[in-house]
Write a protein that binds this ligand. Structure first.
Ligand code: SAH
Length: 349
């Protein structure tokens, strides 16, 4: 069985044409799926009976299933979703005053090996299919429907488990469906992909011609420090990364966000802040400072509040725009870098 949630509109068009149907049938089906949330082919009344029967033979519309659900004091919801092959993946709903943000995972596990991140404790098992990334948003939308307040996911950040640019094509097809007016209709400017800095893919992303946002996990002001905490940095050094950022800014016409976790005694001195300011000079980027969420197995500690504010001050004095990231769901391990299943039993089947 093929899952129709794996098909972006251009791919669905190819599919219907391959069955001898007119291209516009794809748009009709797409609207049934995403606008009317119809999962039963028999209900797609403007599609011929014959074609519906053909579809029914080989195609389905299947979402991941909720394995566990945790709700935080602040309303954040973390789901552990069960995929068709039994693999599990986490997804988070955050409620900001401007909307409902889905933080989606792009892979089962992660191979980037960042020294401070819990997601990477589980090595990458596989990439997620389009339907499995999209399915995370669909399941969260179902939960919002159940709440009955006429709300839906309005923003997406691809910042869950996995490295999105290590699963580029599927992540992009997911975004095409999420963004499409006949799809989930989430504005490109409401969609952000976060990468640890896979440079060739930053160029590809810039060339997509979409207004989607890019966030880069920087976390260090120099290669020397970055090499210690992010192995990817040894492949893609910072001067090359800055060139890619400038290319993205010029081509996509968007500013990049640099994510910077403050790690006690590692990258959080005033000197580091000055280095950071000079590193990103010449870009339009702004810096999002992330309070570190401590991970038991790891030696890194959160910088104290004064250090965080001094770091912010120093950046601002150097003319850098910066903010401190608001924290959600830390009581349910839903916060940045904490996404992974604690119970190993949940992972094996
Ligand atoms: N692989 C992508 C997306 C997933 S990580 C990337 O690297 O950008 C999402 C963000 O959470 C990244 O900026 C990551 O560095 C950060 N993060 C990881 N572990 C963290 C932790 N323990 N505390 C706070 N932020 C963390």
């Amino acid at each position: 069985m093929y899952n129709l949630y794996d098909y972006s509109l251009p791919k669905l068009e190819e599919l219907v044409v391959s069955f001898g149907e007119k291209k516009f049938r794809a748009t009709q089906i797409f609207k049934w799926i995403y606008k009317r949330k119809i999962y039963n082919f028999d209900e797609m009344s403007d599609i011929s009976k014959e074609f519906r029967e053909t579809l029914k033979k080989d195609f389905c519309l299947k979402k991941p299933e909720i394995f566990t659900k945790q709700v935080s004091k602040d309303g954040t919801i973390k789901l552990l979703l069960s995929l068709e092959d039994g693999d599990k993946v986490e997804t988070v709903l955050m409620r900001y005053n401007y909307g409902n943000v889905a933080c989606v995972s792009s892979e089962v596990g992660c191979n980037m090996g960042c020294a401070f991140c819990a997601s990477g404790l589980l090595k990458k098992k596989r990439e997620l299919k389009v339907s499995e990334i999209l399915g995370q948003v669909l399941v969260l939308n179902d939960l919002l429907d159940e709440e009955g307040n006429n709300e839906r996911i309005s923003h997406i950040v691809v910042m869950g488990t996995g490295e999105p640019f290590d699963n580029y094509e599927n992540v992009m097809d997911f975004i095409r469906i999420a963004n499409h007016p006949h799809g989930l209709e989430i504005g490109a400017r409401h969609i952000t992909v976060s990468t640890c800095g896979i440079i060739p893919k930053i160029y590809d992303y810039a060339n997509e011609g979409l207004q989607i946002n890019l966030a880069i996990s920087l976390h260090a002001p120099s290669d020397e420090i970055r090499n210690k905490i992010m192995p990817i940095s040894r492949v893609y050094p910072l001067d090359e990364l800055m060139k890619a950022v400038k290319y993205y800014e010029k081509t996509a016409g968007r500013r990049v966000t640099f994510e910077y976790i403050l790690l006690k005694g590692i990258n959080d001195s005033k000197e580091n802040a000055k280095e950071l300011a000079s590193l990103i000079k010449g870009t339009l980027a702004y810096v999002n400072l992330i309070p570190y969420n401590e991970v038991n197995e790891m030696k890194y500690r959160r910088s104290d509040e004064k250090t965080v504010h001094d770091f912010l001050d120093t950046l601002m004095k150097c003319g850098v725009t910066a903010t401190i990231r608001k924290e959600f769901g830390s009581d349910i391990d839903a916060a940045c870098g904490q996404l992974r299943a604690k119970d190993e039993k949940q992972l094996s089947r």
